[in-house]
Design a protein. Sequence first.
Length: 221
Amino acid sequence: MNRPFVCLVSEISVDGKLTLAKGVSSRIFMTLMDHESEIFLHKLRSENDAIIVGSNTIKIDNSNLTVRYVEGKNPLRVVPCSNAKLPLDSNILNHDAPTLIAVSAKADSEDVDALKSKGAEVVVCGKGDAVDLVQLVEELRRRGVKKLIVEGGPTLAYSMLRQKLLDEIKLIHIPVIVGGVDTPSLIWGKAASTLKEVVHTKLTKHYLCGKHLITEYTITY
């Protein structure tokens, strides 16, 4: 492929939710994970060349996206942010790991320069209002990224799924029920209205990690 192998990794409740409510950090939800599952997640990070999350997830969660519970190299942190407007005190702008911000050609040059001043590398991917994800993953492959994990959020996951950029899904099941009509679920975006539009998956593995069930799926387009 002219792109990396891409795996979506997420914690998820029994009813398919990613957090407690819309706009609430998923880091609160992740406190329900036991240490074995935290090790599982960080081992996955160490085994991949890059990790990608949406800009809204960065604004809400202020994630570090580094490897802390196992020995291993921190992956390249990648954030698509079309307008280059990320808080300059974001943890991803620290020097614990390299960070790549993808913006559109319409991003303000002052905002781009501000990100660069914090040590991030900024690349233009897309001529329109939004970042071109296909162009971004191809750019990552040219940079030597062979394995990429997606850790959020649901809008980014939807966009990558609809553009056939996801190959695998790994879920850490949290044994709680959250509820809520607008509580973020694994995939947002436009719902399939017919069976022809659904994306099929195949369960390849299921096992316990600590007290949590892990399920792994391949995606068939």
